[in-house]
Design a protein around this ligand. Structure first.
Ligand SMILES: *Cc1c(COP(=O)(O)O)cnc(C)c1O
Length: 399
């Protein structure tokens, strides 16, 4: 038997301490399952924050990665490559947005959205120089760059990282009146997660996004939805915001865009917004590289061909009913959409972490969010029988 301790010690000694992981050392995976170095199997109920919606090392995505790596990895956008155009076409047709701007990490896609909104504000809307204002929501999570953490309301995420980029105003998430009061002539956009993932799987009523859409129309501002965690099937829809019957002017995606095999993100918008970018105004060395395009092309095919979005909606609704019937003394509230749940515990329960530790012992990996909420988000390829097994473990741990 292998002792996990050696890897834990190496990590703790040599790596920066910017995470507090569960003490499980994983060395292989398949579909919704992962194995640790001691050979113990776990159901992955985090799915790398929904980056592995397609399941771990999906054979079709792995094949695309390997094949492309053998022929062409990186050209930079100084030259064209034969994977970029076809992939942008696929993503444009699937998403319904005219243009695609590819980046690598989610935070970069959000930065791209911010830059697009500001440039659009000055050049199209006519906001006076330096005055553009973007509204964001409390409890948001949009990534870790200095600009983005500057408008976070999480003290841990922003503390001592200032001074911050000006031009953002925080409004209350889910509260239309709060947004309404903040819109003014210089407001160029509101940036919103259709479901707040890191915030604890917070699901606003449909009327909220509809109201934001109306406010944006009234004030000539852009509705920008961050779908990096909520999108690409997690909520039982390609995009979570369309469940409210609205269409955003700009969308950020990442995470599952590559099915967990490569960092790929994108900002999507129609030409009226995207065309503010001209040569030299924005870019990324790796953005749109052929390897990323090949991997993401396969990852989108898997999502569509295996009907993972429909599966998320169907399995998700069934699982929600099961979780609601659970009757645990520790559970304060259960929230869920698609195959995504936030099990919020009473403060007296002592935090989500100890339950995640207990689930780990039972063979299930989950991650708490916001101290008191257990997040459950298995890969969308998970079988109903596996979820039934998981429900037994959850009931046991939360009894
Ligand atoms: C994860 C996440 C990001 C940041 O993505 P990174 O790839 O970690 O930079 C941005 N927005 C949302 C909603 C996320 O969940």
């Amino acid at each position: 038997m292998t002792d996990a301790r050696q890897w834990i010690d190496l990590e703790d000694r040599y790596a920066a301490h910017n995470y507090h992981p569960l003490d499980v050392v994983l060395s292989r995976a398949e579909g919704p399952w992962v194995w640790d170095v001691e050979g113990k199997r776990y159901l992955d109920c985090l799915a790398a924050y929904s980056a592995v919606n397609q399941g771990h090392n999906h054979p079709k995505i792995v094949a695309a990665l390997v094949e492309q790596a053998k022929v062409l990895g990186l050209t930079s956008r100084a030259f064209r490559n034969d994977k970029f155009g076809p992939f942008c076409k696929k993503l444009s047709e699937l998403s319904g947005y005219e243009r695609v701007l590819m980046m690598n990490t989610g935070a970069e896609a959000v930065e791209t959205a911010i830059k697009a909104a500001r440039k659009w504000g000055y050049e199209v809307k006519g906001v006076p120089a330096g005055q553009a204002k973007i509204l964001v929501c409390d409890g948001n999570f949009h990534g870790r760059t200095t600009t983005i953490v500057g408008f976070s309301t999480d003290e841990e995420a922003r503390g001592n990282f200032g001074p911050f980029t000006p031009g953002f105003e925080v409004v209350a998430y889910g509260d239309l009146e709060s947004a309404k009061a903040a819109f003014d002539a210089n407001t160029v956009a509101i940036l919103v997660e259709p479901v707040q993932g890191e915030g604890g799987v917070i699901i606003p009523p449909a009327a909220y996004l509809q109201g934001l859409r109306a406010l944006c129309d009234e004030h000539d501002a852009l509705l920008i939805c961050d779908e990096i965690q909520a999108g690409l099937g997690r909520c039982g829809s390609l995009f979570a915001h369309t469940l409210a019957g609205v269409r955003a002017d700009g969308v950020t995606i990442g995470k599952a865009l590559s099915g967990g095999l490569y960092p790929v993100s994108a900002f999507l918008a129609d030409g009226k917004v995207m065309d503010v970018f001209t040569p030299g105004t924005h870019g990324s060395t790796y953005g749109g590289n052929p390897l990323a395009c090949a991997v993401s092309d396969a990852a989108l095919d898997v999502l569509v061909d295996e009907k993972l979005i429909e599966r998320s909606a169907e399995l998700g609704a069934w699982m929600k009913g099961e979780l609601e019937g659970m009757n645990s003394p520790h559970v304060k509230e259960l929230r869920g959409v698609g195959l995504w749940y936030g099990v919020e515990l009473h403060p007296e329960a002592g935090g989500a972490r100890r339950f995640c530790e207990a689930l780990k012992e039972e063979g299930m990996l989950a991650k708490g969010t916001h101290e008191h909420t257990i997040r459950l988000a298995p890969p969308l390829v998970v079988e109903q029988a596996d979820l039934e097994w998981a429900l037994g473990k959850i009931k046991k741990v939360l009894a």
